[in-house]
Write a protein that binds this ligand. Structure first.
Ligand code: ATP
Ligand code: MG
Length: 563
C-alpha cells in the first residue's frame, strides 16, 4: 500500500496520512471522525465527507468516530440524530462503539475555558454583539481592544462561573479569548468562546446556560477523542490558526486540521438550511422526497449505497471549488444497477392490444432472462395471452421516417414472445386511439422467424389478465437551473423550482413477478429505466419511483470528449 506509485494516485489527504504513518507521526495511528450537527438530514455532500473519513480509517487500519456536534441547542433534534445514524450505516460504514456527542464534553470544555482564564488568556466581555462587531475592525482596519479586556483574572473567574449558573440574561455577556485585535486574520481578534443561552438542549436539558462556540468546541472534541486528522471543508481554512491557537494554550493532544473542497452538484442544493425550507414550505414531501439530494431521498429514489460510494471515489478530493454534473451521479447509479437489477417488463402508458388469432382463454408462459449482465440471475416465466398492453408511444397510426415500432400493417417483435402485425386501430368517438388489433405468427415463438425474416422493432409488453397495477412516479431535477441560486434581485432559490419535477402515472401495468417485491427493491423496466418500490406501496397498489432512465448522457459526453 505504501509503494510510491500508488501514493501518486492518492488524493492529497491520503498522501498526508500515508506520510504520517511512514514517519510514525501519531505513533502510526489514524483516527478520523465524521462530525455532523444534528440539525437536518444528511445529503450527498455529507456522503463525500463520510466516505472520506471512514474510507481513510478503513484503508489505513485506523478508526473513524461518529460524533454529533451538538453544541447549539436551538436547532438540534433527536429525529436528526437517528436519521444520520441510519444514513451512515446504510452507506456501509461502522463506527463500532465510537458514537460520541460533543455535549458529553461540555464539562471538560468548560474546565478548559476556566484554565484559559487562569492563564490570563480569556476574559468576560460585556459589550453587546453589535458593539463587538464594531470593535472588531475590518479586513483593512485593525480592531480595537474592548474596555473589559484587562479585567482581573479573579473577576473573570467569578463572572464566568455565574454565567454558567444562569445569573445573567442571554446576550448580556460572553467569554472571549485574548489573542490579538490587530491580527490580519479576523478570526483571531479575540473570538467569542462562550455565549449565554437559556435554552433546552436535546441531551443535557437545562443543565447548561452557557454554550461553547464552534471553534472552541470543535478542536477540543477532536482532541478529547484522540483524533489525528481532523478533515473539514475549505470554509474552515481561515479558522485553522484559531483551532491551533486554542489547542496550543492547553496541555492537550493536538490533531492536524486538513481542509478539502465541499461537493456542489448541479441542479440541486447542499445547504441544510435551504433543504429544510423546501421541506417546511411544502415544496417537497419531506426530507426523504426522492427529488431531494438527501441520502434518505436518494435511497427512496432507488440509489444503492455502492453507487454513492463509487460516486464519491470518482469525484475525488481536492482543494478547488467546482460543481459536479448531476449526470455523473446518475451515471454511477446506472453502472451499479445495470449489474444488479433484475429486468422486468412494465408498461407505463398502456395501449391495449388484442391478438385476434390467439386462442381466447389460452395463457402460455415464455422464458425471459432476468439479467443479461448476470448469468447467475437465471430466467423467469412471463405469461402471454390474447390481450396485452404495449406503450402508447410504441404505436403510431402514421409513422414518420425512422419510427421502427408498430404501425398499421407493420410487423414487430414482442420481446421473448412472437412477431405481431398490426391489422386495425380502435378509436373512441372523439378519435382518440384506445386500442389496436394484431395477428401473431405462431412460428416465431421465442422471438425469431424460422424463415429468417427480420423486423426492425422489439417492444416490451405485459399480458393484461395477469398484469399488476402500479403507480409510477417519474422525476426531473428539482430546479430548472444548473445553479438554483442564480436568481434575479429580490427572488430566491425557490423561484427556480421545477414545476415538472414530479409526474405521476397512475395506471401502469407491470408483469406479475413484481407482485411480492418489498419496499426499496430495485428493478429495471426494460426500455424505461431503473425503478424502485416506494414505501407508499400497499397490498392493493404498488408504487414505483424511477431512479434514472436508461439514457446515459454522461457516457455520451465522455465519448465526445475522447474524440
Ligand atoms: P450545511 O451547510 O448543509 O448545514 P454543514 O457543513 O453545516 O452543512 P455539518 O453537519 O456541520 O453540516 O457537516 C458535517 C460534516 O460534513 C462536516 O465535516 C462538513 O465539512 C461535511 N460537509 C457538509 N457539507 C458538505 C459538502 N457539500 N461536501 C463535503 N462535505 C460536506
Ligand atoms: Mg453547520
Amino acid at each position: 500500500m505504501t509503494d510510491e506509485k500508488t501514493n501518486e494516485k492518492r488524493d492529497f489527504i491520503r498522501q498526508i496520512v500515508a506520510e504520517d504513518i511512514r514517519t510514525s507521526k501519531w505513533d502510526g495511528e489514524v483516527c478520523t471522525r465524521f462530525p455532523p450537527e444534528p440539525n437536518g438530514y444528511l445529503h450527498i455532500g455529507h456522503a463525500k465527507s463520510v466516505c472520506l473519513n471512514f474510507g481513510i480509517a478503513a484503508e489505513f487500519g485506523g478508526k473513524c468516530n461518529l460524533r454529533f456536534d451538538d453544541t447549539n441547542p436551538v436547532k438540534e433534534e433527536p429525529e436528526y440524530v437517528e436519521s444520520i445514524k441510519e444514513d451512515v450505516r446504510w452507506l456501509g460504514w461502522d463506527w463500532e462503539d465510537r458514537l460520541y456527542f460533543a455535549s458529553d464534553y461540555f464539562q471538560q470544555m468548560y474546565d478548559y475555558a476556566v484554565e484559559l482564564i487562569k492563564q490570563g488568556k480569556a476574559y468576560v466581555e460585556e459589550l453587546s454583539a453589535e458593539q463587538i462587531r464594531e470593535y472588531r475592525g475590518t479586513l483593512t482596519d485593525p480592531g480595537k481592544n474592548s474596555p473589559w479586556r484587562d479585567r482581573p483574572i479573579e473577576e473573570n473567574l467569578d463572572l464566568f462561573e455565574r454565567m454558567k449558573n444562569g445569573e445573567f440574561p442571554d446576550g448580556s455577556k460572553t467569554l472571549r479569548a485574548k489573542i490579538d485585535m490587530a491580527s490580519p486574520n479576523i478570526n483571531l481578534r479575540d473570538p467569542v468562546i462562550y455565549r449565554i443561552l437559556h435554552a433546552e438542549h436535546h441531551r443535557t436539558g437545562r443543565k447548561w446556560c452557557v454554550y461553547p462556540m464552534y471553534d472552541w468546541a470543535h478542536g477540543l472534541e477532536d482532541s478529547i477523542e484522540g483524533v489525528t486528522h481532523s478533515i473539514c471543508t475549505m470554509e474552515f481554512e481561515n479558522h485553522r490558526p484559531l483551532y491551533d491557537w486554542y489547542l496550543d494554550q492547553l496541555p492537550v493532544h493536538h490533531p492536524q486540521q486538513i481542509e478539502f473542497a465541499r461537493l456542489n452538484l448541479s441542479y440541486t442544493l447542499m445547504s441544510k438550511r435551504k433543504l429544510q425550507r423546501l421541506v417546511q414550505e411544502g415544496y417537497v414531501n419531506g426530507w426523504d422526497d426522492p427529488r431531494m439530494p438527501t441520502l434518505s431521498g436518494l435511497r427512496r429514489r432507488g440509489y444503492s449505497p455502492a453507487s454513492i460510494r463509487n460516486f464519491c471515489d470518482v469525484i475525488g478530493v481536492n482543494k478547488f471549488y467546482s460543481t459536479v454534473d448531476m449526470q455523473l451521479l446518475e451515471h454511477c447509479v446506472r453502472q451499479d444497477l445495470n449489474k444488479t437489477s433484475p429486468r422486468v417488463m412494465g408498461v407505463l402508458k398502456p395501449l391495449k392490444v388484442v391478438i385476434e388469432n390467439y386462442p381466447q382463454d389460452k395463457v402460455e408462459y415464455l422464458e425471459a432472462v432476468n439479467n443479461p449482465e448476470d448469468p447467475g440471475a437465471g430466467t423467469r416465466q412471463v405469461p402471454f395471452s390474447r390481450v396485452i398492453y404495449i406503450e402508447q408511444n410504441d404505436f403510431m397510426e402514421e409513422p414518420p421516417k425512422k419510427f421502427f415500432r408498430l404501425a398499421p400493417g407493420r410487423e414487430v417483435r414482442l420481446r421473448y414472445a412472437y412477431f405481431v402485425t398490426c391489422t386495425d386501430v380502435v378509436k373512441a368517438d372523439n378519435g382518440e386511439i384506445i386500442g389496436i388489433r394484431c395477428t401473431y405468427d405462431p412460428a416465431t415463438r421465442g422471438g425469431d422467424a424460422p424463415d429468417g425474416r427480420k423486423v426492425k422493432g422489439t417492444l416490451h409488453w405485459v399480458s393484461a389478465e395477469q398484469a399488476v397495477d402500479a403507480e409510477v412516479r417519474l422525476y426531473e431535477t428539482l430546479f430548472t437551473k444548473e445553479n438554483p441560486e442564480d436568481v434575479a434581485e429580490g427572488d430566491d432559490f425557490t423561484d427556480n423550482i421545477n414545476p415538472n419535477s414530479l409526474e405521476v402515472l397512475a395506471d401502469c401495468k407491470i408483469e406479475p413477478c413484481v407482485k411480492d417485491l418489498k419496499p426499496l427493491s430495485r428493478v429495471q423496466f426494460e426500455r424505461n429505466g431503473y425503478f424502485c418500490v416506494d414505501p407508499d406501496s400497499d397490498e392493493n397498489r404498488l408504487v414505483f419511483n424511477r431512479t434514472v432512465s436508461l439514457k446515459d448522457t454522461w457516457a455520451k459526453i465522455q465519448k465526445k470528449q475522447k474524440k
